[in-house]
Every structure is written in C-alpha cells, then in structure tokens.
Design a protein around this ligand. Structure first.
Ligand SMILES: *[C@@H]1O[C@H](CO)[C@@H](O)[C@H](O)[C@H]1NC(C)=O
Length: 654
C-alpha cells in the first residue's frame, strides 16, 4: 500500500511538472493532449498512463501513440531508475522502510528530474528542428524552383558549349558555303528577273537585286519567271518573250467607290515601281474582258464586284485562255498570277460583326465561295498541259476615307482571316503592290490587312518582307526573346543564340516517341529544321525543329479538329467500338507518305541582332487537314517555354 502511495505521489509530481514543462508549444495539434490528458490521467487510478514522453514522438502518425506508450514508460521505469522497489521491501523494519522510502524518493526525484531535464532538452531540440524543418518546407518550393532553374541553365550552358565545340568546324564551313552560294547567285543566274528565295519548294534564285535599295520585282507566276530565266541563261535563241509589264484589273468602280480609290492609288504606285513601264487595263465584270487577258502577267480581281463563284469562273475562263498567235506574232501568254481582293470575315460569318454583314443575301458566304474557287482553279491546273497559276487572296475591311496623318501608320498584315477594321486607300494599294510584285510568300496564300499608311511614309523593302514573312507556313506564333550577343569580327557564333536554339531543341524532345502526357492526340516525329538563314527573311542565324504529325492508327486520313472532338465524345461516353469508321473501299493506300502537317519551330537572329522564336505550319500540301488542336497544344507550350527562358534571362541577367 505504501509503495503504491509512493508511486502515486512521485508520478503525480511528474504529471504536474509535465503540465508546467510542456506548456503548449505553439502551433502543434498535439498541444491539447499535452495540456489536458496527462493532467487528468496523472491523478486517475492509473498513474502509469503518463503520456509525456510520447508527445515527442515525431511520428506523424499520432494515432499509433496509444500502443507505444506503455512500452516507453516501462523502459523509463525499469532501466533508467535501476531499482525494483517492490521486491526489495519485505523483511525491513518500519524505520528502514521509512529510510528507504526517503532514499527512494530522493533517488526517484533526482532520476526523474534528470530525465526531465534531458527530456526538456530533447523537447527544445526537437522543437527547434521542427521549426527549422517547417521553415525549410516553407522555403523549399521557392528554393527548389531556384535550384531547378539553375540546373536548367547549367544544363543548357553545358549542352551549348558541347554543341559549339563539336560543330564549330562544320558550321564554319557551312557558313562559308552559303556565302559562296550567295556570291555565285549574285553574279550569275537570276539577275534578269530577280531573286525570291525559295517559294513553295520552287528554288527561285537570289539575284543582285536582293539589295535593299532595289528590291527585285516579279509579275506573273514564279514558274513562268523561272522559265524566262532558264531561257535567257541557257540559250541565245531569239524567242521573243513578251516583256511588257501588264496588269489586268477587274472591278466595278461604279458600284464600289472604295475599290476605285484603291485602284487609282495602285496605278500611281505601279507607275513608280516600274518606271512607268507598265500598262494597267481596267474592266468592269460585265464588260467584254479580252481573251487571254491582254497578255497581262497578273490579273487583279475585286471579288465584291462579282456576283458569285460562277462569275469568277466565267471571267477566268476567258482571261486564262491561251490565244492563238496572230499572223507573225508570238503565241499569247495569259496571266499566271491572280490576285483576288476579298473581305474580312468570310471565314468568321458566325461572329459579330460579320454575322450581321452576312445576314442579308449571304454576302460573305458568296465571297468565301469565290475565294475557294480561285484556290480550286489554281490547284486543278493540269501539269504539263497548263502553266502553273499562282494565286493570292487579300482581305480588306471597309476602305477608310483618309490615309491618316504622318506618324499614324498602323498597317498590319496577318495570314488568313484574323484582323478587324478599316484600311486606308494607300495602305491597301501598297499591300496589293507588294503582293503582286515583291512578296514571294504572298504566292498561293491568303492574307488580311488593316490600318493606315500615310502617303508620305515609305516602308523599306526589309520591313515589307518582315510583314509578309508571317504568310510563310503560315506563322502560328512569334515571340521576341531579347537581343543576341554582339558577335566580334571573325567569330561566327552567337552563344546566346545557340543557347536558345539548344533550349528549344531540348523542349521539343518531349514530344518525341510516347505522346502520353504531351496532350497531343497524334504521335509526332521530331526532326531538325532544314531552313537556313535567309537575307530575304531578315534572318542571319536560324536553327529549328520540325514536329511532324504522324498518321493516326485509326485510319489513313488525318483527323480534323471536329473529328477529334467527335472521337473524344465517343471515348468519353464509352460507346467505343461501334464508332469505328470504315474508310471508303479497300483500295491500296499510296506508298508515298502523306503530308500530315506539323509545326516547325524556328529560332532566329535577325539582321538587327534580335532573337526571336517563331512557329509555323509545315509538312503541308493541299490534301493536308489542319490539326488545330495539336497545333494549339504545341504552340501554347512553346510560348510558356520561351517565356520561361526569357524570364530566366531576366533573373540571371546573362
Ligand atoms: C501555287 O500553286 C500552284 C498549284 O498548286 C502551283 O502549280 C504553283 O507552282 C504554286 N506557286 C508557287 C509559287 O508555289
């Protein structure tokens, strides 16, 4: 009885000390247990249920606490105190027992005080650790991000320098070869009809007129220009090719005052560009337009002067017809480039304000049909029998009443049907002049243009080229990435540019192979870009990758965005198998790989020393169905990646 009392006394003491010593350490959830339970338990019938040591168990799993507790206490009692009071007591006199009790009490107190001191130290240490680790956790994320960024930058640096070392010779020689080519081109072929770089796979030789002061100009198709070039280079034969510059314009000036203003302006610009050595014939759509189009090289047709698609077909039926040679003369050469002026919004008739414009009589729908007709006519030319026909579709909004004050130039050009707003007459005429005579990327493409260009303002050739560059592909994204490094004389490579190029290549490798987690619905092949630097594009260094879409295994045809969505729906609704479409017939699929489309990512350093990243469509022909969803995924990820690079550049100031 006595010893039990002693225990109660001793442990009661501990318990109350506990409460003081373990006054709630601030934010931990354990605190309520420490504060209340030991107190209650300490004075209950079972003093063994001392909970304190366990409160320092850093096990996250507080639920396991109950099981561990007695064991820990046993250890404390048995080993640490070193006495088994119960077994020692029998056979002693009450004095001895009293003496022992006092000693035991002292020993116990001392031992337990010692333990408590230890425990307190431990508690403090743990508390400290906890605080630290909590602090650590708090800074961990930002720290990690920093470390990751650093790692990434170091990795890029390493890759870049490896790459530079491994390729220096090769790249030096490539550059020399390119320079040699340029010199050859400058002195040789192509001089007659100027230089246009490469257009749609056709190699149009760069000539001396590449110089900015005298940009090369070209009327008619690129193909016919090449024929002329070949003829004049390969033989001295006296076949007289019509060299007169002629443009045929079809427009109803009565019906459309806006286009009349544009045509008048264009006439002046053409006269200037061709030193008055040019003839412009203007016809209304209902007049008797001459067969063969008067041998004009270019036909400019204002679509909103026409009734519909069949009007265009009728007109082109006449204009593109080869005329028989008249006595003594050469055979006629009909236009080989058709420029169609259409309207903004023809591809957005479901959106305001175009839905309103289209409401009565489907005006925009009719224009859209005309646009489609010219593309179809160009594509259906029979190889070998008919001369290739280039087309350009130019979309304008309303023609503004003025060209604006100087300093207000706002002219912009985009591929397709993206812009909204008016265009000034001078701006419109300038864009048409560029599209007809100066811009290779306007061939076989659709562009839209808005804004003003005050008549006093001149835009140099390089700037025009840059404005039209977005038509190549067309372009899906352009991000400026800051200035490149200055490259000293004698050095070839800009490390900054190379670093960005390596970074983009690293980024692209994610898409190779397994497409899980890339968000793409199609597998992708990653290949290097084959596009080199180009004076015409205003690019002195260029590297890149092509992400080439592969055939999906569900069919031989590429899935369109609508089909992708449809498939998704079917997958989600779990209807599965029944949705499998049968491809028509079982005709053997052609062996030649289809062009399934893709995204080419180009890292460029411009002639002005700026770095930029562009994404453009690639791997396309006119059978390719554009894979908009996958394009979007790639482009938006690229945007993020390049932004991260630019931001990192800001942080490290490199
Ligand atoms: C434009 O497209 C037509 C038809 O596909 C083709 O014959 C012509 O060579 C193309 N022109 C250019 C410059 O690529």
């Amino acid at each position: 009885m006595l010893q039990l009392w002693a225990f109660v006394l001793v442990f009661g003491g501990i318990a109350s000390k506990n409460v003081a010593a373990f006054a709630p350490p601030s934010p931990y959830c354990v605190q309520s247990r420490v504060a209340t339970q030991p107190l209650r338990r300490g004075f209950s019938s079972s003093p063994i249920r001392l909970s304190s040591p366990n409160d320092f168990d850093l096990n996250d799993d507080y639920d396991d606490e109950e099981d561990d507790e007695p064991e820990l206490l046993d250890k404390l009692l048995g080993k640490k105190l070193g006495i088994n009071i119960g077994s020692e007591l029998p056979g002693f006199t009450p004095e001895e027992i009293e003496e022992l009790r006092i000693q035991a009490q002292a020993t116990l107190d001392k031992a337990i005080d010692g333990r408590l001191a230890d425990i307190e130290a431990l508690r403090e240490q743990i508390q400290e650790d906890l605080k630290e680790s909590k602090e650590r956790m708090k800074v961990a994320s930002s720290l990690n991000a920093q470390v990751e960024k650093q790692n990434l930058l170091e990795k890029i640096d390493r890759l870049t320098s490896d790459f530079l070392q491994g390729n220096a010779d090769f790249r030096e020689s490539t550059k020399q070869a390119a320079a040699a080519d340029r010199i050859a081109a400058t002195s040789g072929r192509g001089v007659d009809w100027g230089s246009w770089g490469t257009v749609g796979g056709l190699d149009v030789i760069v000539g001396s007129s590449e110089t900015v002061e005298r940009p090369s100009k070209l009327l008619g198709s690129v193909d016919s220009a090449r024929r002329r070039g070949d003829l004049s280079v390969e033989s001295d034969d006296t076949v007289s090719m019509p060299t007169e510059n002629r443009i045929l314009v079809v427009s109803d000036g009565q019906r459309d005052k806006g286009s009349k203003r544009v045509i008048d302006e264009l006439g002046r610009l053409l006269d200037k560009a061709f030193d008055s050595d040019i003839t412009i014939d203007t016809y209304s759509p209902t007049s008797n337009i001459p067969m063969g189009g008067n041998n004009a090289q270019t036909a400019l047709i204002f679509a909103y002067s026409l009734n519909d698609r069949s009007s265009l077909e009728n007109i082109l039926g006449r204009v593109l017809k080869r005329t028989a040679p008249v006595a003594g003369g050469a055979a006629g050469v009909p236009p080989s480039h058709v420029v169609i002026v259409s309207s903004l919004g023809t591809e957005r008739t479901n959106k305001m304000p175009y839905s309103m414009q289209n409401m009565f009589g489907g005006k925009l729908d009719k224009l859209r049909e005309i646009e489609q007709a010219i593309v179809a006519i160009s594509r259906s030319r029979i190889d070998g029998k008919q001369k290739p026909l280039d087309y350009t579709i130019v979309k304008f909004g309303e023609v503004a009443s003025s060209d604006g004050e100087s300093g207000t130039e706002t002219i912009s050009i985009q591929p397709g049907d993206q812009l909204d707003g008016e265009i000034g007459p001078n701006a419109a005429a300038q864009v048409l002049l560029q599209a007809m005579a100066f811009q290779p990327y306007a061939r076989n493409s659709t562009l839209c243009s808005t804004g003003l260009l005050p008549s006093g303002v001149t835009i140099d050739a390089a700037t025009w080229n840059d404005k039209f560059l977005c038509l190549s592909g067309p372009e899906l994204l352009r991000i400026e990435a800051g200035r490149g490094n200055e490259v000293d004389d004698g050095k070839v490579l800009d490390p900054k540019f190379e670093q960005l190029a390596q970074y983009v290549k690293e980024w692209s490798s994610v898409y190779e192979g397994d497409r899980k987690g890339t968000g793409l619905t199609t597998p992708v092949l990653v290949r290097n870009s084959r596009k080199g630097p180009s004076q015409f594009d205003g690019v002195i260094a260029r590297e890149g990758v092509r992400l080439l879409f592969q055939t999906t295994n569900t069919g031989d045809r590429y899935k369109s965005a609508t089909e992708e969505k449809q498939d998704e729906k079917e997958r989600n609704s779990g209807s599965g198998g029944s949705a499998v479409k049968k491809t028509s017939g079982s005709a053997p699929v052609s062996v030649k790989a289809r062009k399934e489309g893709g995204v080419e990512v180009l890292v460029e350093k411009t002639v002005d020393g700026e770095l930029r990243v562009r994404a453009r469509r690639c791997n396309m022909d006119h059978k390719t169905i554009v894979k908009e969803m996958s394009e979007e995924v790639i482009v938006s990820n690229l945007k993020k990646a390049v932004k991260a690079w630019v931001d990192a550049r800001g942080v490290t100031g490199f």
